[in-house]
Design a protein around this ligand. Structure first.
Ligand code: AMP
Ligand code: GLY
Length: 422
């Protein structure tokens, strides 16, 4: 069973379906693309109904649950499923704090000596103001809780930082903003390093880079992700080893010390400084979207075998993931107006033609009705290309993109620009 309804979950279902041991896949709630996958059955289940999903999984005799998004994890879905004896890829509520509370994660990093930007926690305006005025610019303000990617402000002026703190403390993000972090700005190159772990063994996945901003050249507002590429060639074996030693090892020790049995994915959003030192910008308790849409197509190992071993606490007994040579790139096609207001319900044309180019079409916000696909969200489609070079992967992705059309469709033309020439 795959929980979630985005491009990440379509990619998960697509990869799981390749395992000969998989006889049936349930997607909760799934989308217009997962409905197409052989053996896939969508179930409408939103907002997250933790007990309903657990009952359904038990009745159907599900052999593995893979939870895509953070919200059900933060709500304790994995705990409930495990109480019923079901194997789950995804941490329980305690482990999900890594993403669900930036204050908790920062305190853990500070206690365990994990490199991250210095930060202070505030619950009141006046002390935050005094602190902010003393900080060099830019300065970063983060709300504590889950805020759908909108809780971080990289402020260029002290006033902007103050406004971000004020808005959060006044309730703009509800409970998520009752405390804020004010942290130093880190300069460098960003990279997403995801890893599978059962708390004992940790296998890093292929490093990926995502393109979060809406506009060309990484301009404009932050989004849930406009595209991604993997691998990241400047992320050398040596640097990856440093990430394992300086970040993942103390993190696992810290989780253990706190009595947390973590089985799932840890996503480290890293800033690598010009001196080549990796710092943690954020942890997520799940796979990235759209990173998954480039990582899984390059995975040569069986995702079912890895996930099940991880869920059952025997990851060390299966071999580490093996990767295909070459590159993958994904371009996200969004509804016009996203990440602000947008309309839904437009017919999507050209999906067959896009697939005929060899590109992989992972649906996000779509639904199927009477044999036709309609837009049903902000991030509508992820078109993934693979190739021997980054240029070839991008060419296949954009060839697929050009075949698809829907009203007010928008996508970035420059995905991969930060890695060109590598
Ligand atoms: P997210 O938590 O995914 O919304 O992250 C927001 C983005 O803000 C990150 O991807 C970084 O680009 C940026 N960011 C967050 N913290 C820092 C920091 N301390 N220094 C520089 N950039 C940051
Ligand atoms: N790609 C960013 C995220 O999944 O949070």
């Amino acid at each position: 069973m795959v929980v979630g309804g985005g491009g990440r979950e379509h990619a998960l279902a697509w990869k799981l379906a390749q395992s000969p041991q998989v006889t049936k896949i349930f997607c909760v709630p799934g989308n217009g693309g997962t409905a197409n996958l052989a053996k896939c059955l969508n179930m409408p289940m939103l907002p997250v109904d933790v007990s309903g999903i657990t009952r359904f999984a038990l009745v159907q005799g599900v052999g593995l649950v893979v939870v895509g998004p953070e919200t059900p994890l933060a709500m304790g879905l994995a705990d409930q499923l495990r109480e019923q004896g079901l194997p789950v890829l995804g941490p329980g509520q305690a482990g999900a704090q890594l993403e669900a509370s930036k204050v908790w994660a920062k305190e853990l990093m500070q206690a365990e000596g994990i490199p991250t930007a210095p930060a202070q926690v505030f619950r009141e305006l006046a002390p935050a103001q005094r602190y902010i005025e003393q900080q060099p610019l830019p300065v970063v303000v983060k709300v504590d809780g889950l805020a759908a990617g909108k809780g971080v402000t990289v402020a260029q002026t002290h006033e902007e930082a103050m406004q971000a703190v004020q808005a959060a403390l006044e309730g703009k993000f509800g409970n998520a903003g009752h405390q804020v972090l004010v942290e130093s700005f880190l300069a460098g190159e960003e990279v997403s390093v995801l890893a599978l772990t059962d708390g004992e063994t940790l296998y890093p996945l292929l490093p990926a880079q995502d393109y979060k901003r809406l506009g060309v050249g990484d301009s404009g507002p932050n989004t849930g992700g406009m595209g991604a590429c993997a691998p990241v060639p400047w992320m050398s074996g040596e640097l990856l080893q440093r990430v394992e030693q300086a970040i993942f090892a103390p993190l696992l020790a810290g989780l253990k010390r706190r009595g947390i049995d973590y089985r799932g994915v840890i996503y480290a959003g890293l800033m690598v400084t010009p001196q080549g030192e990796p710092f943690v910008v954020e942890f997520n308790c799940r796979l990235g979207d759209p990173e998954t849409q480039v990582i899984l197509p390059l995975l040569d190992s069986c995702w079912l075998e890895l996930s099940l071993a991880c869920a059952e606490g025997r990851l060390g007994q299966v071999p580490p993931p093996v990767w295909k040579p070459g590159w993958a790139a994904t371009v996200v096609m969004v509804s016009g107006g996203y990440p602000g207001e947008f309309s839904k319900g437009y017919p999507v044309r050209g999906l067959d033609l896009a697939e005929a180019t060899g590109a992989l079409v992972f649906h996000g916000g779509t639904r199927r009705e009477r044999g036709q696909t309609f837009t049903d969200g902000g991030r509508v489609l992820n078109i993934t290309g693979c190739g021997a070079t980054l240029a070839a992967a991008l060419e296949q992705s954009y060839a697929g993109v050009k075949q698809v059309s829907f009203t007010d469709c928008y996508y970035r033309e420059d995905i991969g620009w930060r890695l060109r020439g590598q």
